[in-house]
Unconditional design. Sequence first.
Length: 277
Amino acid sequence: MRKFLLAGLAVLLGLGAAAQQVIIVGTSADWPPFEWVDANGNYVGFDMDLMRLIAALHGYQIEIQDIGFDALIPALEAGRIDIAAAGMTITAERAERVDFSAPYWSADQGVLVKEDSELNLATALSLGHKVGAQLGTTQAEWLEEAVAAGADITVELYERNELGIMDLVAGRIDVFVADTPVARTFTKLYPVKMIGIIITGEELGFAVQKGDPKGLLPLINSGIARLKELGAWDFLVQAYFGGDLEKITACYAEARGLLEAGDLVGYARTLADCMTE
Ligand code: ARG
């Protein structure tokens, strides 16, 4: 009898292996609508909610750590985080160091200037202008390649995006480059405008340690598929890509009880309704 109980327990533990552990999700919470921090100090955004909902679907816990974009891949390699959820572009170079989920979003690069600037796409990226981007990103890489190809610009790289945007607003740099959905969001949150798009055709994915030792990629990929089937995905898209992000603190506070109660679709729907009303 005892033996059977133990065997049963082992099976339960085996099945729920992921449920027993806390999965550490690393991010760079400076990239709305994918990830940022609301006025109550909660990590909010499309990526953050996907991570929460996928964890809830599979019954494991997550802990979110804001470690900055440039630190994510080294942290995955060192096993300090389990997933990088940070609007990360899937690139061949990165795929040598980490493994990626299926792509979940697409982006190009949006070029931002101050609201009252007269620069256009051609003048912005020449004439000795100071152009900012976040350290370690595909934006930074694009700008450095442009310089190598002879573009007359000075590149300023920032660990945190909010510092880059603040420098843009203060006139310390002339231009800032960010993923298109993020650039669009910055135009709603700061006195900046988007003067053009550099078409790079990037696909964003969630990254895990090379070889996926914790078996997280199938959970992430099937989780995304399930959220689409349930309709929660569409609500999250509506909330974050179509809604008023300044409402997030109130909306997240209103909706999160549903998430805690396990009502994933109700959570996403409430968030979408609240952000778009
Ligand atoms: N998509 C770009 C890249 O992968 C920028 C991502 C920046 N993400 C962030 N959470 N700050 O390089």
